[in-house]
Design a protein around this ligand. Structure first.
Ligand code: SF4
Length: 378
């Protein structure tokens, strides 16, 4: 049993044949930061407008060295700096528009249960900060005939999206109408919902497999862009090599029967009152899920070097997970260089603990819950 990772799934997103008239317009989107949680929206959105999306490659040291170095105008964490490599790479591709959204808030499944679903401020400002590196000596976008479009995107207030996206795109697409953008936003959300639903179903399928075979699984608590092989360094895949199914918190099933059985809801105010940051909220919620679900016997926490946002969450997430005896392991300070040797040694050690303690953890967590729901044993 293995878990399809987002890089593979991005290649399977639906693409209708609507709006053939603009098929010649190619929109380059850097596959960075919050594009990792919203890519299906952008594919559905531009598909509805009749434009073709071209994503940059996954982040890599080579991409950063070749296209990004020397473009950085401020000190920051690597996930932000990596954007320079993505933009530089796309400038060498056959595109007409470079679309780098300034995502202010996210479409979280916890919306309505938390104070807000905001992005890290560094994430939101990254498009402007990194763009400056391509304007330092000359306007490299203009020189290549590429229009740089960077609209403000508040996913948390979906009613505002058509306005901002229309205003952002209109100078680059002259015949664009507001009505078309309204429709495209609907298509974008439909595409995102369809994708998220399929991922949650896949996660449920994996959890059922664990129940049926009494096998432990791991849950990753990170930011969605740690799925990017160049940011998260495929640490989750290392565990899959040992036969451990790996789930990501943002695609866990949220069916009522399951949450009722676990004794949790989508509310996190019992453990996290300052619930403004979208990824942080979901990480805390994921920690609650992991601490209750019997067959999740270990949690892998990933975080990047110089991440100010993650610092306050380390202790609460660890305490929530460990409160039920679930194992917690942290890979912090991840940077552009893959620490391959040390990752392998740590993974071997963690696997030793998982093998030794998983069955006890499953039994102990099961003893605190009612009968396993029939929906989990299908
Ligand atoms: S959440 Fe942390 S790693 Fe991510 S962009 Fe913000 S500061 Fe950087």
């Amino acid at each position: 049993m293995s878990f399809l990772t987002l890089p593979k799934l991005l290649g399977k997103l639906r693409s209708s044949q609507k709006g053939q008239a603009r098929r010649s317009i190619k929109v380059g989107i850097p596959k960075f930061l919050n594009i990792w949680g919203t890519a299906p929206f952008w594919v559905g959105f531009f598909d509805s407008l009749g434009m073709k999306v071209v994503f940059s490659s996954d982040t890599s040291e080579e991409q950063y060295r070749t296209y990004g170095k020397g473009r950085i105008t401020m000190d920051s964490c690597f996930p932000v700096k990596a954007l320079a490599g993505h933009i530089g790479e796309l400038l060498h591709k056959d595109i007409d528009i470079l679309f780098v959204p300034m995502i202010y808030s996210l479409p979280s499944f916890l919306r309505g249960h938390v104070m807000d679903t905001l992005c890290c401020t560094r994430v939101m400002m990254a498009p402007e900060n990194i763009k400056a590196g391509f304007l330092k000596e000359k306007d490299e976008f203009k020189e290549r005939g590429i229009k740089y479009v960077s609209p403000f995107v508040p996913f948390g207030e979906p009613e505002l999206l058509p306005k901002y996206l229309f205003e952002g795109l209109k100078p680059a697409v002259e015949d664009l109408t507001y009505e078309e953008v309204v429709e495209a936003v609907k298509e974008g959300f439909a595409s995102l919902e369809e994708f998220d639903k399929s991922m949650r179903e896949k996660s449920l399928e994996i959890l059922r497999w664990c129940v049926k075979n009494n096998r432990p699984a791991l849950l990753v608590l990170a930011r969605p862009y740690h799925m990017d092989p160049g940011i998260g360094h495929e640490i989750d895949a290392e565990f899959q090599l040992y036969g451990y199914p790996v789930l990501w918190y943002n695609y866990l099933p949220i069916d009522k029967w399951l949450l009722d059985w676990l004794g949790i809801s989508l509310d996190i105010s019992d453990v996290w009152t300052s619930s403004y940051s979208s990824n942080t909220n979901e990480i805390i919620w994921g920690a609650k899920f992991a601490s209750r679900f019997p067959w999740i016997t270990g949690v892998i926490r990933l975080s990047s070097y110089e991440c100010g946002m993650d610092q306050p969450t380390f202790t609460p997430a660890q305490r929530i997970v460990e409160s039920s005896g679930t194992l917690f392991f942290k890979f912090g300070e991840l940077d552009e260089t893959k620490p391959a040797g040390s990752v392998k040694i740590r993974v071997e050690t963690i696997v030793y603990y998982l093998e030794k303690y998983s069955q006890d953890i499953i039994k102990r967590k099961l003893s605190r819950l009612g009968e396993v729901p029939k929906e989990l044993t299908l």
